[in-house]
Ligand binder design. Structure first.
Ligand SMILES: Nc1ncnc2c1ncn2[C@@H]1O[C@H](COP(=O)(O)OP(=O)(O)OP(=O)(O)O)[C@@H](O)[C@H]1O
Length: 414
């Protein structure tokens, strides 16, 4: 079940917003309403965030992102539609329910969170806990733990003025983490930072998310940030969500011209991963097969190398046609001596890093999952195409087969 779910949400600012929603539902446009001084900030937005995901809402200024995220913790109430957080409907909560929601379930990090300048970093990190009435010893302990998580262990006694911008942002993050809620809302949290520090914070957030398994709703107007962080991304335009998908889906299959135009300058080679350019191997060789079978398979499939997997599907290495032909001529009946180690990458390796990983090897790159199980191969030609992926829109995209190599292909070799 989704941990956070928005269902057909509308938010209209201005007089008689309910009637405005009816008009929008009947097909009137945002501009029609604007002429009358009404702002349709969010229009018919639906999405689901699964537990443990980073869900990014991305859009230009004024597209409705902040309004949307504020409805996830009840800072704003939808004009129509439902927002459900951890099974409870935010719209239906009274003041006390909302207080509990913000205390126990959802904390928020802002772009410019006001650190209290005369309070120490530790007191700032513990601030939300103090407001919640957590006792002093507990809040100190939780704040210290949170500061350590963001790399500020030992800074608790300093004043905010003694910290750099990036460090202050970490205090804001620590403040949210100290609440120990399962959901974090982050509104342009890194937008005020220098590019290098921003990247560092993004890396740290990804790392923290892996470690703490938080569910994060992250707002940004920066597409590269969205692509780096988002397990899923909702693209907003003029109050509407125009596409929801993974970075790869949005790059490879933009829902409309607007999204296509938006993503055209993205460095694809950094966003696309090995799993999006790999292909299933035409055939693989069982580890207990000999050079004869290898030779026949390579001829049949007109390939010059074969990946060799054990019965457990783990990659054992690769054999080439030259070596195999020699072994057949020499009358050998096992692969010993001709099996070479294959160059391998994980499915999440960025396309930009594939070429280095191939170590200039003439055989395809093997993509392996957990325990070295073969997921697919990336032929040289794809690698060369993918190298130009940063600049060329027509990089070869091959649908990613997920999971292990299918049985049929392994059987060929047996
Ligand atoms: N309290 C409000 N009263 C009236 N209009 C509002 C209010 N809050 C937001 N709006 C309007 O709603 C629209 C969406 O604003 P919102 O702040 O959600 O967009 P955004 O995508 O977060 O943009 P930004 O990145 O600039 O904050 C804008 O036209 C904004 O002017």
């Amino acid at each position: 079940m989704a941990l956070l779910e928005a269902h057909e949400i509308y938010k209209v600012f201005g007089r008689r917003p309910d009637r405005a929603v009816e008009r929008l539902r009947r097909g009137e446009s945002r501009e029609d309403l604007r002429e009358e001084g009404l702002t349709a900030a969010v229009i018919d937005a639906s999405f689901q965030v699964e537990a443990g995901q980073i869900f990014v809402v991305m859009g230009l200024s004024g597209s409705g992102k902040s309004t949307l995220i504020r409805m996830a913790n009840g800072l704003l109430m939808p004009t129509a539609g439902q927002m459900r957080v951890a099974g409870s409907e935010v719209t239906g909560l009274d003041r006390r329910g909302l207080r509990e929601l913000r205390r126990d379930r959802v904390s928020m990090v802002f772009q410019h969170f006001a650190l209290l300048p005369h309070r120490t970093v530790g007191e700032n990190a513990a601030y939300a806990l103090k407001v919640q009435g957590v006792n002093r010893a507990d809040r100190q302990q939780r704040a210290e733990r949170a500061l350590e998580l963001v790399g500020l262990g030992g800074w608790g006694g300093s004043l905010p003025g003694e910290l750099s911008g990036g460090m202050r942002q970490r205090v804001g993050l620590a403040r949210a983490l100290a609440s120990e809620t399962e959901i974090l809302l982050m509104d342009e949290a890194f937008s005020a930072l220098d590019p290098l520090i921003r990247r560092e914070m993004q890396d740290q957030l990804i790392e923290l998310q892996h470690r703490l398994d938080k569910t994060i709703l992250f707002i940004t107007h920066d597409l590269n940030e969205a692509m780096r962080l988002g397990d899923r991304i909702a693209m907003m335009r003029d109050g509407r969500i125009v596409q929801v998908g993974s970075a790869e889906q949005i790059l490879n299959d933009p829902a409309n011209d607007y999204v296509a135009q938006f993503v055209q300058d993205v460095d694809r080679s950094r966003v696309l991963t090995a799993s999006s350019v790999m292909e299933p191997p035409v055939a693989v060789l069982g580890g207990d097969q000999g050079p004869r079978v290898a030779h026949r398979l390579m001829r049949e499939h007109q390939v010059s190398s074969l990946m060799v997997v054990g019965r457990d599907r783990r990659l054992r290495g690769v054999v080439t046609d030259d070596a195999t032909a020699d072994a057949v001529r020499a009358g050998r009946d096992d692969l010993a001596g001709i099996l070479q180690p294959a160059a391998t990458v994980g499915p999440d390796t960025a396309v930009a890093d594939l070429f280095a990983a191939s170590a200039d090897s003439p055989v395809p790159l093997a993509v392996v999952g957990e325990e070295d199980r073969l997921l697919g191969v990336i032929p040289r030609v794809t690698l060369l195409n993918a190298l130009g992926a940063g600049s060329s829109p027509d990089v070869t995209m091959i649908p990613a087969p997920r999971g292990p190599v299918d049985d049929e292909r392994v059987e060929v070799a047996r």
